[in-house]
Design a binder for this molecule. Structure first.
Ligand SMILES: Nc1ncnc2c1ncn2[C@@H]1O[C@H](COP(=O)(O)OP(=O)(O)OP(=O)(O)O)[C@@H](O)[C@H]1O
Length: 322
């Protein structure tokens, strides 16, 4: 469980999940999560995120490979793992006729050493909703109730399956703050999300899943570094791409044109930007709407998803040898 001085609280090795009928939803994935880390599983719809998280939660047995949570097999050794983990499922599924406070009390009865229900409701900002029936909560408030229930046992490891789906921008930010505070207190968090900004804000490390496999993994910065940076600008009338200095010599790997708008791709952002600006200064050209940026996680995600599907970029007009 120890690696380079870090304790791995989740270890997944060559994990497989096959549903009845023979469909292989998880096709041999491996990753590990260190204590106190937030790890995000990202992926397109049907990539296999929920299927994976359910194996980590011990809700099903793997068809192959190995899962360890806190050093135990979560399926065969559920009694050892369950009290130390908190699970926020995509659909909480509790009786909608109960009030928020009744639901929290009922849930607390199933958790050994549960925190006071009022305390967890306050943590997620539902302290004033104790007397409201669950069915009267908004979708976002229900997600927050799901999260409160997952926190009742003060878990060492928290599984969050799409924790902010249905929340408005403020609710999402509140949840991010709460999850960050939990990490600061030492909780290990594994979350799935469709919001790339959420992973960028929260995750120490992440894995992008596609078709049951991990297509990319690392810190958000490492994953975005796999994609080229971009320089976009508008050339004035009378100037054309051919008037620019030799782009390959500036470290530009390709470009797209859209009317007067030019978009350059490069893995050497500083060299390419400097070469372009020096040229513009010397030539007396004003580069309007100039935008120089590293790839975002969203661009990396789309690039990786496209690459593993064998797709091509729609607008590419010219690629240069690396
Ligand atoms: N009970 C099941 N029986 C058969 N196939 C299933 C079952 N549950 C899920 N699948 C299939 O397994 C694949 C992975 O589904 P999963 O729900 O794990 O994906 P996901 O990445 O969580 O997707 P989403 O982002 O849409 O929630 C999908 O093709 C899905 O149709």
């Amino acid at each position: 469980m120890e690696a380079n001085g870090h304790e791995h609280v989740i270890e997944v090795t060559d994990l497989r999940r096959v549903y009845g009928g023979g469909f292989e939803a998880v096709r041999g994935i491996s990753f590990s999560v260190r204590r106190g880390e937030i790890f995000a599983l990202l992926g397109t719809n049907g990539a296999g995120k929920t299927s994976t998280v359910e194996l980590l939660e011990g809700l099903a047995a793997p068809a192959g490979g190995r899962v360890r949570v806190l050093g135990h097999d979560p399926y065969t050794d559920r009694a050892a793992v369950r009290p130390r983990t908190g699970v926020m499922l995509q659909e909480g599924g509790f009786p909608s006729e109960l009030t928020v406070a009744e639901t929290a009390r009922m849930w607390a009865g199933c958790v050994s050493g549960a925190r006071p229900p009022a305390e967890v409701l306050a943590l997620v900002g539902l302290e004033s909703k104790g007397d409201v029936r669950v069915k009267q909560l908004s979708g976002g408030q229900r997600r927050r109730l799901d999260l409160a229930l997952a926190l009742l046992g003060d878990p060492e490891v928290l599984f969050l399956d799409e924790p902010t789906t249905g929340l408005d921008a403020e609710g999402r930010r509140d949840t991010w703050e709460l999850v960050s505070a939990l990490r600061a207190a030492g909780t290990t968090v594994l979350l799935t999300t469709h919001y790339l900004e959420e992973a960028e804000q929260l995750a120490d490390r992440l894995a992008i899943m596609h078709d049951g496999r991990i297509a990319a993994t690392g810190t958000p910065a490492e994953v975005t570094a796999t994609q080229p940076s971009r320089i976009t600008f508008e050339l004035p009338e009378g100037y054309f791409v051919g008037d620019l200095p030799p782009l390959a010599e500036l470290g530009v790997t390709g470009h797209e044109t859209d009317g007067r708008i030019i978009r350059l791709r490069t893995r050497e952002l500083q060299r390419a930007a400097t070469g372009l600006l020096v040229w513009a200064e010397r030539t007396g050209v004003e580069l309007r709407r100039l935008d120089v940026r590293s790839a975002s996680l969203e661009e990396a995600f789309l690039g990786i998803a496209k690459a593993v599907s064998g797709g091509k970029t729609a607008q590419t007009t010219k690629e240069y040898a690396a």
